[in-house]
Design a protein around this ligand. Structure first.
Ligand SMILES: O=C(O)CCC(=O)C(=O)O
Length: 265
């Protein structure tokens, strides 16, 4: 399973430019057929929160078709990061979605934990559906968004539902790069699954600099590939799902769990 992260700088409030960038990266890097291409959080508009309603899609209309076309043209599966999205009324969700190489829509998830540090709760509405696994290339996978990384419960839920790989799409700030890297590795080690973290880089007009460092971590916590802090890059690695069983046999945490002893699980 070849996994390919497109790490790029998001132009704030400029969907056309961002879509062109994604298309250019497909053209220049032509990912291997059958691979999984991963985009970052809010890649269509960035964090232009005070105008987020203007950048929002209605039930992903428009952007879904663009991504499905790329998936079919390049014969790849796409974890399409997230975009602002309106489902009803004026509420803007932060919605990530996945399509497969035949253009079939596989899954969507709207971020449930909004970030107080970025004032997200003032501009966005949290999703109200719990995380669910989805089938990708015959195995189960999970998808969460940025701040969700700080909530190990979500990852445990997905791992217990047999997610073999969990995608974390993000616009994670550079000032907390160590949290990003440490938590991604911890989530891989404690759940003994692959973690694919896709992030942007670059300085936004509001002064926030994003951390880059997109990364693919194996179930033993080893880094298979990692991007730079501040460069456009394709970060890719082969993922061997059979390795998960090996790691779980050596360190059998799922067999050692004592559910009867935990208060909140
Ligand atoms: O948790 C953090 O430090 C960053 C979270 C974030 O930037 C986001 O969820 O967009």
């Amino acid at each position: 399973m070849k996994t390919v992260i497109f790490q790029f700088e998001v132009a704030e409030g400029n969907y056309e430019k961002n879509l062109e960038k994604v298309k250019r990266m497909f053209k220049e890097h032509e990912p291997e057929k059958g691979s999984i291409v991963v985009l970052p959080e809010m890649w269509s508009s960035g964090y232009d929160l005070s105008n987020i309603g203007d950048h929002a899609f209605h039930d992903l209309e428009g952007v879904k078709g663009e991504i499905e076309k790329l998936a079919v043209d390049y014969e790849v599966n796409i974890v399409a990061g997230s975009v602002p999205n309106i489902k009803s009324g004026d509420d803007v969700l932060n919605t990530a979605f996945v399509v497969d190489s035949s253009g079939e829509f596989l899954h969507e998830y709207s971020k449930i934990h909004l970030v107080p540090m970025l004032k997200e709760p003032e501009y966005l509405t949290g999703g109200d559906a719990s995380v669910e696994t989805f089938n990708l290339l015959g195995d189960k996978a999970g998808l969460v968004i940025c701040y969700d990384l700080r909530f190990p419960e979500l990852f445990r839920d997905l791992a217990l539902e047999d997610a073999k790989v969990i995608f974390v799409v993000a616009e994670w700030p550079a000032e907390r790069t160590e949290h990003w890297l440490t938590l991604l590795k911890a989530r891989a080690i404690e759940n003994q699954c692959y973690i694919v973290g896709s992030n942007t880089f670059g300085k936004q007009p509001n002064g926030t600099t994003f951390a880059g460092n997109s990364i693919i971590v194996n179930p033993f916590g080893e880094v298979l590939a990692q991007g730079a802090a501040d460069a456009e890059e394709v970060v890719e690695a082969d993922i061997d799902l059979e390795y998960i069983a090996e790691v779980r046999e050596d360190v059998p945490i799922f067999k050692s769990r004592r559910r009867d002893m935990y208060k909140f699980l």
